[in-house]
Design a protein around this ligand. Structure first.
Ligand SMILES: [Zn+2]
Length: 201
């Protein structure tokens, strides 16, 4: 039976010379045998507590802000799984990791199967150029990283962000999903596509 497991991990986010304290969600999707990890913030042990003894098939990055990818290379060493990132986030990745790259490029429409369920990549630039969401149609949920939160779009005030683009991504791609799709975000509480569409952009 495929399930979604979750933990909140605390640390910092730095960009444009400012550092903020943040709580990040990590999401683990899979069954009793295998899983994927969505985002790798702050703390390998906290992520491994959720993974347990399962085989990790991939480390999926919603985008390359340091609070989402800081321990991705360390987690890769621990579980021996590829890090997957949309290549448009290379400039952000290189702000955090100068001596490691990711392993596989994500692209819009890319599909991956874990524990018998499908995850489909939706490229949603705006918060970051390579920001992606992972839609799991059979689970009725979408993992949106920092693109869509409970209450609206992610921040676009910093470098490499674009407010018009994030709104277009949400309208054209995320609001095309069914209303009852549960939105698992990069920070804070869940919402639904219907609730966010109703509150407008
Ligand atoms: Zn971010």
């Amino acid at each position: 039976m495929t399930r979604v497991d979750h933990a909140v991990v605390s640390g910092t986010f730095s960009l444009d010379g400012e550092t903020h304290q943040v709580d990040n969600n990590i999401w683990v999707v899979g069954d009793d045998r295998e899983c994927v990890v969505i985002d790798a913030p702050h703390d390998v042990e906290a992520i491994m507590d959720v993974v347990g003894d399962r085989t990790v098939k991939a480390i999926l990055c919603t985008h390359a802000h340091d609070d989402h990818v800081r321990v991705a290379p360390a987690l890769r060493e621990r579980v021996v799984a590829p890090i997957m990132l949309h290549p448009d986030d290379r400039p952000l990745w290189e702000l955090t990791h100068t001596d490691h790259l990711w392993d596989l490029d994500l692209a819009d429409g890319f599909e991956l199967t874990v524990g018998g369920t499908q995850l489909r990549v939706i490229h949603t630039p705006g918060h970051a150029p390579g920001a992606v969401c992972f839609h799991a149609p059979e689970l009725g949920c979408v993992f949106t990283g920092d693109t869509l939160f409970q209450g609206g779009p992610g921040a676009t005030g910093r470098s490499f962000s674009d407010e018009d683009l994030i709104k277009e991504s949400i309208r054209a791609r995320l609001f095309a999903l069914p209303d009852d799709t549960v939105v698992h975000t990069g920070h804070g509480d869940d919402t639904t596509i219907g609730a966010e569409r109703a509150s407008g952009l």
